[in-house]
Design a protein around this ligand. Sequence first.
Ligand code: GLN
Length: 497
Amino acid sequence: MTDLTRLTAAETAAKIASGETSAVEVAQAHLDRIAAIDEKVHAFLHVDTDGALAAARAVDDKRARGEKLGPLAGVPLALKDIFTTEGVPTTVGSKILEGWIPPYDATVTKRLKAAGIVILGKTNMDEFAMGSSTENSAYGPTSNPWDLTRIPGGSGGGSSAALASFQAPLAIGTDTGGSIRQPAAVTGTVGVKPTYGGVSRYGMVAFSSSLDQGGPCARTVLDAALLHEAIAGHDPLDSTSIDAPVPPVVEAARNGDVKGLRVGVVKEFAGEGYQAGVMQRFNESVELLRELGAEVVELSCPSFSYALAAYYLIAPSECSSNLARFDGLRYGLRTGDDGTRSAEEVTSLTREAGFGPEVKRRIMLGTYALSSGYYDAYYGSAQKVRTLITRDFERAFTDVDVLVSPTTPTTAFPIGERADDPMAMYLADLCTIPANLAGNAAMSLPCGLAPEDGLPVGLQIIAPALADDRLYRVGAAVEAAFTARWGHPLLEEAPTL
Ligand code: GLN
């Protein structure tokens, strides 16, 4: 009998549509897998068994009535716990929202449900999506299925670990500075940060609103494209949502091709701090692109060197303002409300008890950077750097169609190694942050295992804003050629748990 948890999303949907298996059987197989192994991985914060089975039953009933099913109907999905889900807990990995049951669905949640996608539960994450390892979750870390002593990336480590441990074929992440792509890279999965504004932020708990972007996570490029199409598109409830047609991502994923494509290798994405095995796999991928008919050009984006510094002023500034809403008065945790204290004291005690150390660090940084006297020196300068980075991209994209780089400088590091060193942690996003600052579309896909530690390496592809389809056209070509030559790292070599 086929192991239903090993199939791709596209294969699963086809089997359900043909009646070879039912959506309920598929959901049950994944729920059983979660029950069997998630104790070791800790990908999920909440498993919605009843909701998942009910959604699966609805798909089976629809099919029984002879109605047409969507391309992902009945396929299970792991949802990052940053999206509101009506009637299902949403914590953002924080104690401040422990026990909160949202009264409404995020637009992404709504669209998943409308597509007949079966939401298995909510995945673990760094508190408020601040981190690169999922160790900042208030509910304990998630392990990397390739090596349980290592991090699965962050902030969306729960989503990527769920994919890599075959607990779900699809997942949703959010990427403010790399939280979809970096976890994808270190778990051997595919993750896409769509163009900023491509997927609605309505009901996605805000970290840094000008950077936050939800997007698809999967084990194959085609599956990611199918999910991208299901969640993308204009949403009047999000003022920064783009009112333009969704780029033809599925068509692109089905027609992988790089012939004649101009591919840029950015000089600044290399050097000190980059692991030798990561660079080796990256260079092989560039060679592969060349063999497939792409024209490879080396170019320089000098402002990228300042991206990390600018990000760590802009993101904390926006977070200090966004997180002001957690006042202990309206919803979520309330501490010290014993009838003797003022509202201000209750707010202060609640925030002291409810936020973890990284969140507090960022609120303080951001408040400082935005305060009068420092605004121009810090926040204002960071915004200028942001403009320079956007210009570097614009210049690069007049010479090339896409840029490529390693997604992360290193493979998955051991849990605990960088936990007390925020600067070392921040470096994990060196290659991913520029695309967030400029709003471009970017993907990470597996490009083999590093020889020195046998852990997955990610190849990052960056495309201009609104050219998300380019990522999938290139990604599908690389994935096919790579798999034909070396095998698929996750599908063939993934450790069994
Ligand atoms: N690791 C980065 C940070 O800590 C990015 C997080 C994200 O993309 N959500 O801010």
